[in-house]
Design a protein around this ligand. Structure first.
Ligand SMILES: [Zn+2]
Length: 101
């Protein structure tokens, strides 16, 4: 049934913790459906850059890995503060628009 012992462990974990451990692809799909926020790098508010994360951490696990990683939309050091805030604003507005009321 399971091709690798880790697959079995992963299934067991899901059952024990009643949580969905997502693959990277599933985490990416989920990231489109939740609100985002900008985050600062270790240099803080004064830095030119910002990263983008989901407001509520979306966790995933790589195949064959025991570690949970947080899905990051954009890592810091890649985007200016202005662009990151612009993308987050557009995305969150889009989420609000598409919300079923
Ligand atoms: Zn920075």
């Amino acid at each position: 049934m399971y091709s690798h012992p880790l697959d079995y462990l992963r299934e067991l974990k899901k059952w024990i913790f009643k949580i969905k451990i997502m693959t990277h692809t599933e985490a990416q799909q989920k990231s489109f459906t939740v609100r985002w926020k900008t985050v600062t790098c270790p240099q803080g508010e004064r830095c030119w850059c910002r990263g983008i994360k989901c407001e509520e951490p979306v966790m995933y696990q790589e195949d064959g890995s025991e570690e949970n990683d947080e899905y990051i939309v954009a890592r810091y050091g890649e985007m200016t503060k202005e662009h990151a805030e612009y993308f987050v604003k557009l995305h969150n507005e889009n989420i609000e628009r598409n919300k079923v009321v």
